[in-house]
Unconditional design. Structure first.
Length: 636
């Protein structure tokens, strides 16, 4: 039996109150039992962008199940049906002990659930029987979600018990998001139906948003109609009017699920399904009296803490936005993050990037290769590791290890969050022993900010690379791989100015290839290009340190550099000729490489121009060429 057990927790939207409360319970149990929990979390379905969701959900591909002893599944928080199915299939294939929360759809897994159906039934009966509501609207969660199904079924059954008709126009299907509450009210008004007696909502977030929209439209709750929720989140009990809702033992749900999977790992026999009871809370939004609220001092203190924490996070986010916007490379970005992340309470923070994070993305990549979007590279680099105040990095580690540096001992909680740009995988973040990912409403914004900064740096790398390539095309001859005329003019100017200022002599050699037309006409242009390339290499190899050379025209080349005496002319031209002779022996072509050279060494005064000197060298070269016969370049 292992002393320290490793658990994988799979969840989405960890900054929401349901997930918060459940995770708190899991952590409490894990710490008691000295177990480690690795939480793999996405923020999918938040931004209504399918490409963004692909990047978010990729974090689940990081999980190496061989490193874990058991799994806790909060797949009820993942809105994407296909993604949920993939996760379930993978966990099923591992054979690991697995506990799924609030879902009885998978009998092969153990289930800890809350009686959603019974609690919703109590709410609906109360509104009908105690408050005489006859016309009811319903704002539902998604029917792909087991909790959404259970609550909707409860509504339908209680309506049928009381012989009340469910008008489909009075039912809106949302996704448990606050925005669904506003959209639902707009949807109901669209039909022009008589105002309902009550609106039953499948969770508090949608109910509170619906109440705000009703108030905006001049409709008072509960005077004009009743609104109920489900979950009893902090804002529900502290809203005015306080929301009639369902109080669920979420903390206990997390604790029991963690306890169950640890017992299964130990080999203990466990019941397949464990059901926890939820209690209806009847209060002001249905017309009942407010009771059981905390005292005003406690409320003020908690509100101050929340507001102050939010202000602190916003200040950090604003500074992060401005600082990262100024960074142009990964080193500067990491330096900024070191300063900023010190303000966040975390034992360890790691920023891990795929080894090819700075590659280019294009349409061909996306059509032919899933490497950008599915999974992580075999090797990763941790660009930044902040470990108890110490700053370091890991140049390379295996993605199958997940951690660049694994936490020591037991009782650790680690959050793995995706780092991506749209669907493109860049890497991931790791927070160890920090509640920042679940307690801060701005964690998601911050990691988006960092991800966008990394993407901007990646783009800058490729822009700079493109600029360098364009500049190379501007100044380099692609055939001969030496400067072209543009490159020569740029590179020669500082040498020319230096010679003028320091009163040094300058050497300019103008070289014209002999017989190129004959080679082209008799052996083809490919052979002519071959000959030009060999001569360019000879000229480049003949340049002394500090000299430059260029292809000045079709078969014309030039050498320039600071020189001492006229004797340098002989040395240069002799070297060129020796190399030409040696090259002819090596290539053994039916023609001979040959060149005419004109070289001058002269001082540079204020009246001297570079092109005037080039013209002089060119004239000397043509005098040499006149003495040669074209026929000598062909071997008989």
């Amino acid at each position: 039996m292992k002393d320290i057990k490793e658990l994988a927790l799979i969840v989405a939207g960890i900054d929401e109150e349901y997930q918060n409360s459940v995770i708190e319970g899991i952590i409490a149990c894990a710490e008691e039992r000295n177990a480690n929990v690795s939480c793999f979390a996405a923020f999918g379905g938040v931004i209504a962008n399918s490409k963004y969701d692909v990047g978010e959900y990729n974090i689940y591909n990081l999980i190496n199940y061989e490193k874990f002893d058991g799994v806790i599944l909060m797949t009820n928080t993942i809105t994407d049906v296909a993604q949920r199915s993939r996760i379930i299939s993978r966990v099923r294939a591992t054979g690991l002990p697995a506990v799924v929360l609030d879902c009885s759809d998978f009998p092969e897994f153990y289930n800890v659930t809350i009686d959603n159906k019974g609690a919703m039934s109590k709410i609906v009966r109360h509104v009908i029987e105690e408050h005489g509501a006859r016309t009811l609207n319903y704002i539902s969660g998604p029917l792909e979600n087991p909790e959404g199904v259970a609550r909707y079924e409860a509504f339908l059954e209680v309506m049928a018990e009381n012989n009340l008709v469910v008008d489909t126009r009075r039912v809106y299907f949302g996704t448990f998001r606050p925005s669904d509450g506003r959209k639902a009210i707009d949807y109901f008004f669209k039909w022009g139906l008589e105002k309902p007696d009550a609106i039953i909502c499948a969770n508090d977030a949608m109910a509170l948003a619906a109440m705000a929209e009703l108030e905006r439209c001049g409709i008072k709750v509960p005077e004009d109609l009743i609104v109920t929720g489900f979950d009893n989140i902090y804002n529900a009990s502290h809203h005015s009017p306080a929301l009639t809702t369902v109080d669920r033992p979420l903390n206990d749900l997390g604790y029991q699920s963690c306890d169950k999977v640890l017992r299964l790992i130990d080999g203990t026999e466990e019941v397949r399904s464990q059901v926890l009871t939820a209690e209806a809370v009847f209060t002001e939004s249905c017309g009942c009296k407010l009771h059981g609220t905390e005292d005003i001092k406690t409320y003020k203190k908690e509100n101050y803490r929340m507001i102050n924490s939010c202000k602190t996070d916003i200040s950090l986010l604003n500074r992060m936005t401005t600082e990262l916007a100024e960074t142009e490379n990964s080193e500067d970005a990491m330096e900024s993050l070191v300063r900023l992340m010190q303000e966040i309470d975390t034992e360890k923070f790691c920023l891990c990037l795929c080894e090819n994070w700075d590659r280019g993305f294009n349409s061909i990549d996306m059509e032919d290769n899933e490497e950008n979007t599915v999974g992580y590279t075999e090797n990763m680099t941790a660009m930044l590791i902040m470990d108890r105040g110490e700053v370091k990095r890991a140049e390379s580690f295996r993605s199958e290890d997940m951690f660049p540096i694994r936490p020591e001992g037991g009782g650790n909680i680690s959050f793995f969050l995706p780092l991506h740009y749209r669907e493109h995988c860049l890497g991931y973040y790791v927070f160890v022993n920090s509640m920042f990912p679940v307690k801060s409403q701005l964690c998601h914004s911050m990691i988006l900010n960092i991800s966008n900064s990394i993407e901007n740096i990646r783009k800058l790398i490729h822009i700079n690379s493109a600029i360098q390539e364009l500049d190379k095309l501007y100044v380099m001859d692609p055939l001969c791989n030496i400067y072209n005329r543009n490159g020569f003019i740029r590179a020669s100017d500082p040498i020319f100015r230096k010679c003028r200022t320091s009163k040094e002599n300058i050497l300019i050699s103008f070289i014209d290839m002999d017989g190129l037309k004959v080679i082209n006409d008799n052996y083809g242009h490919e052979e002519g290009d071959f000959a030009l390339q060999r001569l360019a290499g000879i000229i480049s190899d003949s340049c002394e340190s500090g000299f430059i050379c260029a292809r000045f025209g079709g078969d014309e080349f030039i050498i320039l550099g600071a020189a001492g005496q006229s004797e340098d002319i002989t040395v240069l031209e002799t070297n060129i000729q020796k190399r030409i002779d040696k090259m002819n022996d090596i290539i053994n072509k039916p023609y001979q490489l040959s060149a005419s050279v004109g070289t001058i060494v002269t001082d540079v005064d204020d009246d001297t121009t570079l092109f005037g000197l080039i013209t002089k060298a060119d004239t000397l070269m043509y005098e040499t060429k006149k003495k040669k016969a074209t026929s000598r370049y062909l071997r008989r």
